[in-house]
Design a protein around this ligand. Sequence first.
Ligand code: PEP
Length: 250
Amino acid sequence: MARRKIIAGNWKMNKTPSEAVALVNELKPLVANDDVDVVFCVPAIDIIPAMQAAKGSNICIGAENMYYEESGAYTGEISPAMLVDAGVKYVVLGHSERREYFAETDETVNKKVLKAFEHGITPIICCGESLTQREQGITIDWIRMQIKIAFLNVTAEQAKTAVIAYEPIWAIGTGKTATAEQAQEVCGAIRACIAELYDEATAEAIRIQYGGSVNAKTAPELFAKPDIDGGLVGGASLKPEFGDIVNYKK
Ligand code: PEP
């Protein structure tokens, strides 16, 4: 069975609540497409107003992060129950910016992944190599390690519903998209790694996105690759161009 594409925007630290409502209203008609899952991952404070603005459309509102404890003395954090109560279905975990600036590690990503599944939230699990790692020829080894740790103690049934975002760090926010061949090579290796960890059925079901300067021009070739099931889009998700990315086939 063909996997359904999932195209998600990552707003990062952009848009106030009122700006979020305006952007959702602007993009709503542009991202209409019943063949693709469309997710806007927005700052925590924007989740509820964005959700209200998206009502009745095909846009699903997601979060950009979540903590792995249930509740308590963790000032500034957002719990899984808070996201569930707000109606959130997807959460980005382990984005490279969180790893670089907020000390996120493969181990904390794993804890968050397990917690997200426990609460019925689908994690969008990010992985990706630095430019140095690519130049040293250790991209696949690195990604396999990230995947193996992120999926520790995750069951096959849970893994089947997960989303993985392969995002080469050198391509994020740089305007330098990986070629479709480079992206396919790594996404194929990720699927093979999932098959090793679980089985073929799980590997066939899991959805793998490419992320890193995706734009309306590069999306069609990237999303046509056999192991690329959509994209995680930063900069271009804040613009009308996101509609062209979602409707990359038209
Ligand atoms: C991202 O934020 O995950 C991302 C890929 O950003 P950009 O599309 O701007 O490179």
